[in-house]
Design a protein. Structure first.
Length: 299
């Protein structure tokens, strides 16, 4: 179960060590954390990979990457993302590779002493392929955190919060839902989570555990198609107005709908962002259903 993997993640590799070797490794981690740099929103800092776990398999496998944080690192704000980069782009005139940069949302708790990223590795993804090549002890550059939406603003919405996520777009939704539930938010939080197939669903164990533990949190899974012989109780096909109406709060000034996913999904549901810092105009199904730009946030 993912919950068990995350809670024990830092010590799984150490369980095979004994006696002095175990103590020495613990001491090494502690000393490294003490000397490691704190992440900053305006400069790049290398973080060391501690461990990695495969969460899903197939053509687009998902891995949980755990990085070491400085012992002086403060809590990460919710909802926020981190930028990562690696020299895996096209060749420059000087022979060096261009940097490829991508944002990722942690799935670890804001006050965790280590950083967890759930990464889906795509066959043509330059940076995700780089992630897949990383081994414990390797480092990767990080910058951040970059605040996207203050959880305190979301918590003010007493009519409920809707979430529509596709693929890796689940990570900011999980971050936000966990923190809202942790601070005692009692209004409904309803999530629609879309994937290509059941095997592509990320963090399902963790989402199901949240739904089981909190009556006001629900998840409706949707996939493009069901492989022959697969048992499935969720939705199949595209998100429609009827599906949104059944799961999202009614459009009003006291609700919020969060959207994050691949461009085609975003375009159909809410319209894409204009830039990382600009939400852009609201369009798609949510606009047709009467929601306004102040009621919808695009990650």
């Amino acid at each position: 179960m993912l919950r068990r993997i995350i809670s024990n993640r830092a010590f799984a590799p150490l369980a095979t060590l004994s006696g002095g070797a175990f103590a020495a490794t613990q001491t090494s981690f502690a000393r490294s954390a003490e000397t490691a740099e704190e992440m900053k929103p305006d400069s790049w800092v290398p973080l060391r990979l501690i461990s990695r776990e495969e969460l899903t398999s197939g053509e687009r496998p998902t891995h949980l990457f755990t990085f070491e944080l400085s012992s002086k690192q403060g809590d990460l704000p919710v909802a926020s993302c981190l930028l990562t980069r690696a020299p895996v782009g096209e060749k420059k005139e000087n022979g060096e590779n261009k940097m490829v940069m991508r944002p990722y949302t942690p799935v670890s708790a804001p006050d965790a002493k280590q950083l967890d990223l759930a990464i889906k590795v795509y066959p043509d993804g330059k940076l995700t392929q780089h992630f897949a090549s990383l081994k414990p002890g390797d480092t990767l550059d990080f910058k951040g955190p970059i605040v996207k939406l203050d959880v305190a603003d979301a918590a003010k919405k007493k009519a409920g919060i809707g979430m529509v996520a596709g693929g890796t777009g689940i990570t900011p939704m999980l971050q936000m839902a966990e923190q809202l539930l942790k601070i005692g938010y009692t209004s409904p939080i309803n999530l629609i989570y879309c994937n290509v197939s059941p095997s592509d669903i990320m963090l399902k164990d963790k989402l199901d555990s949240l739904a089981k533990a909190h009556a006001n949190f629900s998840v409706y899974y949707m996939v493009d198609a069901i492989p022959k012989g697969t048992s499935w109780s969720g939705g199949v096909g595209y998100v429609t107005k009827d599906i949104l109406s059944s799961n999202m709060p009614k459009a009003n000034s006291d609700c919020m709908v969060l959207v994050c996913g691949p461009p085609p999904m975003m375009n159909a549901i809410s319209g894409n962002k204009v830039s990382p810092k600009e939400q852009g105009p609201l369009s798609g199904l949510l606009k047709d259903m009467g929601y306004t730009e102040s009621q919808v946030f695009k990650f």
